[in-house]
Design a protein around this ligand. Structure first.
Ligand code: SF4
Ligand code: SF4
Length: 384
């Protein structure tokens, strides 16, 4: 078993209830035992695969650095053939999925994968429905803009609805840096969203385990602010979030791109076994694809649909968790064969998680040239 080398916490993680801690023990046990049991600990439900931002974009690189916009599946799929508005999960499918999750013993639900889930018109209802089913953890990554542009109290209502892990992707501690990295985002809306969530939680309106995190994708734009402690001080001391996390900007991993703040060293299977396929899975917004980890953006490892179609029988989450494709990926890590060029897993060889970042000294980043390129929506992906 191996820890994800691309993710770390700044400072300490907040304290939690015994019930929450128990589920985290099972999360850790899956990693140490490489045991998938008969259900995932955590499920990412992609409630909306659309976004109001274009992070990292420029005139030369209009899609920016986010895989929501570069992902082949979303580029090629005809959204018009799907149920409901393009890219938004049908509430009936959502209800069916979380009920299944509750029935099979899932402990943690995240209401996003790629995209900005706060754009879903039913997002508050989704949080409430998940909370009412009693999951110890109901999570959401957000850019803090989305529908909050029109609804200033949106994140207060999300807190009141029972979210336990609310994670704002901030990337900056000043408006100028924010505008450059989080293209299209409104700094003032982000601050208003964080304040309203922190305030609602402070007034005791949230769940007992509600914690609010600011997350940062570390690039050469913000590395100095992270190293100096300015980033942590702003978000914790001034804005009142409970904790902070940092993900290294890794995509295209190891390439020479303008956000680069680390060198990348590819690991071998002798060095790394991925724990994710033993404890988590993803369901895409249309319910037609499932993945046994959060990095399988290319859908190479697909357990199959979770809704009935004309051509496939009805499947359920447990059946998918036990599917041959998911089992194959686990075996590749358990047996340390994922890096085999012929019989291994291409998806793992290309994955950022199998590469170790070596942070470039912050002093050498200060004069870095900024030019167009491409990365990934990784803050939604890592750190569960
Ligand atoms: S990184 Fe997140 S906020 Fe930025 S464009 Fe992608 S989904 Fe939207
Ligand atoms: S693609 Fe492979 S290495 Fe990457 S998260 Fe999934 S299982 Fe782990």
């Amino acid at each position: 078993m191996s820890k994800d080398p691309t993710f770390r916490i700044l400072g300490d993680a907040p304290s939690r209830s015994e019930r929450y801690s128990d589920y985290r023990k099972e999360w850790d046990r899956r990693e140490s035992a490489l045991d998938a049991a008969d259900h995932p600990v955590h499920v990412d439900i992609e409630t909306a695969a659309v976004c109001d931002l274009r992070c990292g974009s420029s005139e030369d690189d209009p899609k920016g650095f986010c895989q929501v916009w570069t992902h082949e599946h979303l580029r090629t799929r005809d959204f018009g053939l799907q149920t409901g508005p393009p890219g938004y999960m049908d509430p009936i499918l959502f209800g069916r999925l979380i009920q299944q999750c509750a029935d099979i013993g899932v402990s943690s639900i995240k209401l996003n994968y790629r995209g900005e889930a706060s754009l879903h018109p039913r997002i508050v209802d989704f949080v409430r429905a998940a909370a009412e089913l009693g999951f110890p953890d109901v999570m959401l990554n957000t850019n803090g803009n989305g529908r909050a542009r029109q609804q200033p109290d949106l994140f207060a209502r999300i807190v009141e609805a029972g979210i336990t892990d609310l994670m704002f992707s901030v990337d900056a501690c000043d408006s100028a840096t924010y505008r450059r990295q989080r293209v299209g985002g409104d700094w003032d809306v982000l601050l208003r969203s964080v304040r309203s969530a922190v305030d609602a939680r402070g007034r005791g309106l949230g769940a007992p385990d509600c914690r609010i995190r600011a997350s940062v994708v570390r690039t050469n734009l913000n590395a100095a602010d992270i190293a100096s402690g300015r980033m942590e001080s702003f978000w914790k001391d001034e804005m009142g979030v409970d904790w902070m996390s940092v993900s290294e900007c890794y995509f295209p991993a190891g390439k020479d791109h303008h956000w680069k703040a680390a060198h990348w060293v590819r690991m071998t299977a002798a060095e790394f076994q991925c724990p994710d396929p033993f404890r988590r899975m993803v369901v895409t917004w249309d319910g037609r694809h499932t993945m046994p980890c959060c990095q399988g953006f290319t859908l190479e490892i697909d357990g199959g649909p979770v809704v009935p179609t004309e051509t496939t029988p009805v499947q359920n989450l447990r059946a998918i968790w036990l599917s041959p494709n998911f089992a194959r990926l686990r075996e590749a890590h358990r047996n340390r064969t994922w890096d085999d060029p012929r019989h291994g897993e291409r998806i793992c060889r290309a994955c950022a998680v199998t590469q170790r970042p070596i942070r470039i000294e912050d002093s050498s980043l200060t004069n870095a040239t900024i030019a167009p390129s491409a990365v990934v929506d990784q803050e939604t992906a890592r750190g569960q």
